[in-house]
Design a protein around this ligand. Sequence first.
Ligand code: ZN
Length: 77
Amino acid sequence: MSPARNSGASVTHLHPEHLLDKLDDGGLSPAERRQLESHTAACSACRFELLVRGDLAVESLKHSRGRDVCLGVGADA
Ligand SMILES: [Zn+2]
């Protein structure tokens, strides 16, 4: 009834899916990219999302799986 400790909205509570989409589309600005990176640093869920998409963390999964993921090839054919 009294949510006393709800003052700070945790970053991990809002998953920047729009940023993920933009990243996928290659239209992410440096600022947005940074925002996304700092979020994924704390949010394992989005981190995994990035891994799956294989964009930002491409270097981290290089040794993991090469091109098993179906990356979105050029949005406009
Ligand atoms: Zn997230």
